[in-house]
Ligand binder design. Structure first.
Ligand SMILES: [Zn+2]
Ligand SMILES: [Zn+2]
Length: 60
């Protein structure tokens, strides 16, 4: 992971504590590898987020 899934900034910039907390509850908006906006679908059982390049990320 290079980019923050919530705010899309470089993780090396720091200050993502709030993002990490939020991502425990909600799907990421940005791909952690390429920073593209992901297509997020929320299901009754959780969510899935899809990057057009890197494919699907699902909640565990
Ligand atoms: Zn962040
Ligand atoms: Zn990607």
């Amino acid at each position: 992971m290079t980019y923050c899934g919530r705010c899309g900034r470089d993780l090396a910039d720091g200050g993502h504590e709030d993002c990490a907390r939020a991502l425990a509850l909600e799907p990421p908006r940005y791909c952690g590898t390429c920073r593209r906006r992901m297509v997020v679908q929320v299901h009754p059982m959780g969510w899935s987020a899809r990057c057009s390049v890197h494919g699907e990320v699902t909640a565990d």
